[in-house]
Design a protein around this ligand. Structure first.
Ligand code: DC
Length: 490
């Protein structure tokens, strides 16, 4: 989706984002987008319908059905809920709490992210404020600001706002509400509030509004003078791993084309979101690993942005096969020795603006379940700043699992590309938390593929089995069993 210039302002509640964003937009002659108002409007719709904002399914259904728009002729633009203006009702404390509650649900965030990008695509310049605008929604924004202020200053501001609207403000309740929302915004799994690397920090507790806007204007002017090159465009775009054009043609056009035709014919191969890969800049692909079919198939899926992939050193032991997969852009990964050489090659690829694929489980699944993710992907993201793109495959376990010597022709296979996750978002988490986040994203995507594939094959594939259960449901079940009182156990 094409978009005009975007500047993002993120920060906790009450840091003065909306005022700064509105005034900056006025000065620049751009549009101003209050994304918090979108979450609030969706929350209000749920409250009005008597629904529970903590209920993920109800929230997802509600947001999917809603039409959220803005009346751009007013200043600030008023939120329209199914065409009706919601006024200041969305600023009440009950709506604030409900907005924070629905903001943890991934389908809600995905839907609103899509709407936010549509707004950006429709204007020549946008100042967008929220929690995840610089980290998730517009990671390539011209400037990404991060505002902060002590909680007492923020509480004071909120009280003044409420009083200006003629509403009673209980100081204790306002402060408690802010602290609870901070906690939820910063610790949720999906797009938590984080300060991204390279963001311009502004402490609004120490500066008045004029000084904040002046500082922002200056930062934008500096960024415009320096651009190009911007972070993504400064890296040379190379459509395929650095290689001779003839080899590139053979590997990425001929061989992948043959694999695609073969799998479409024998496995009714289906791919979703294939067009959604960012068109330029380095990418780290990660995918679950069910079968020997996965490496050739993932090459088909990402044919628009080809990649090199890290493959276990053992696969290169049989020399002719090793030479063949090397020709197909595989890099040997010697896990026993720490994999340093392979990781350095991968970093070189990413620094050159190209793409690298890792199977973070390291090897094919033994039983159809996803295994533990290893940390190499985080190291690559940290060293190169490249976003991680989750990919998922399902059905290849039925088609050719490690327990069968030959593929089962006719078994359906599906694949899907997910949303990139920025290196900054991952960098703000502990290693274990970041790996769990990535694993969950891949698993969610795999379950979507599974559902879509079943629908497309009228229930024939994949066969019901362990793959129908998300891994976290099993973990929770095991936990519950272990913590059950003795006499509840068999
Ligand atoms: O900025 P605000 O207080 O109006 O936001 C209302 C809620 O919406 C807040 O609790 C966090 C959530 N929100 C979010 O998660 N992501 C955004 N981009 C904007 C708001």
């Amino acid at each position: 989706m094409n978009q005009g210039l975007v500047v993002t302002i993120d920060g906790a509640a009450g840091t003065g984002k909306s005022t700064a964003a509105r005034r900056l937009a006025e000065v620049l002659g751009w549009q101003f987008l209050d994304t918090g108002a979108m979450y609030r409007a969706a929350a209000l719709a749920m409250l009005e319908a008597g629904e529970d904002p903590a209920n993920a399914q109800e929230a997802a259904d509600r947001v999917e059905r809603l039409h959220i728009d803005f009346d751009w002729s007013t200043s600030p633009p008023e939120v329209l809920l199914d065409g009706r203006g919601v006024g200041d009702r969305i600023r009440d404390l009950d709506v604030s709490a409900a907005a924070s509650a629905i903001a943890v649900h991934p389908p809600v965030r995905n839907r609103l992210k899509q709407l936010q990008r549509e707004v950006a695509a429709s204007c020549h310049g946008l100042v967008s404020e929220g929690r995840d605008q610089g980290s998730v929604v517009f990671p390539d924004a011209l400037v990404r600001f991060f505002l902060s202020a002590p909680v007492e200053v923020r509480a004071e501001r909120r009280i003044r706002q409420l009083e200006a609207q003629g509403k009673f403000a209980d100081a204790q309740a306002v402060r408690q509400d802010l602290e609870e929302r901070d906690e939820r915004d910063q610790t949720r799994d999906e797009a938590p509030l984080v300060r991204v690397k390279g963001a311009v920090d502004i402490d609004t507790g120490r500066s008045n509004e004029d000084a904040v806007v002046k500082r922002m204007k200056q930062a934008i002017q500096d960024a415009r003078e320096q651009a190009p090159p911007t972070r993504s465009s400064s890296r040379k775009i190379n459509p395929a791993p650095g290689m001779h054009p003839i080899r590139r043609f053979i590997v990425w056009k001929c061989l992948r084309g043959v694999v695609e035709l073969w799998c479409r014919f024998w496995h009714g191969l289906r791919m979703w979101n294939r067009e959604s890969l960012p068109p330029e800049g380095p990418l780290i692909y990660i995918m679950n690993h069910q079968s020997l079919l996965d490496p050739p198939l993932v090459g088909v899926l990402v044919r628009r942005r080809p990649c090199t992939f890290l493959a276990r050193k053992g696969l290169f032991a049989f020399k002719p096969f090793g030479a063949f997969i090397r020709f197909l852009c595989a890099i040997p990964l010697d896990v026993a020795r720490g994999g340093g050489r392979a990781l350095r090659s991968a970093i070189r690829e990413l620094d050159a603006g190209r793409c690298v694929l890792i199977f973070p489980e390291g090897r094919r699944t033994h039983d159809g379940r996803m295994g533990r993710f290893r940390g190499g992907v985080l190291l690559l993201a940290r060293k190169t700043g490249a976003p991680v793109v989750p990919l998922a495959i399902d059905g290849s376990w039925d088609a050719w699992s490690r327990h069968h010597s030959l593929p089962r022709l006719g078994a359906g296979i599906g694949m899907r590309i997910g949303e990139p996750i920025s290196a900054e978002v991952l960098g703000a988490m502990e290693e274990a938390e970041a790996l769990e986040h990535l694993k969950r994203e891949v698993e969610k995507l795999r379950l979507e593929v599974r559902g879509d594939l079943r629908q497309a094959t009228k229930g024939a594939w994949p066969k019901p089995g362990i793959g129908d259960v998300p891994y976290w449901a099993e973990d929770e079940a095991a936990l519950a069993e272990n913590s059950a009182p003795e006499d509840d156990k068999d």
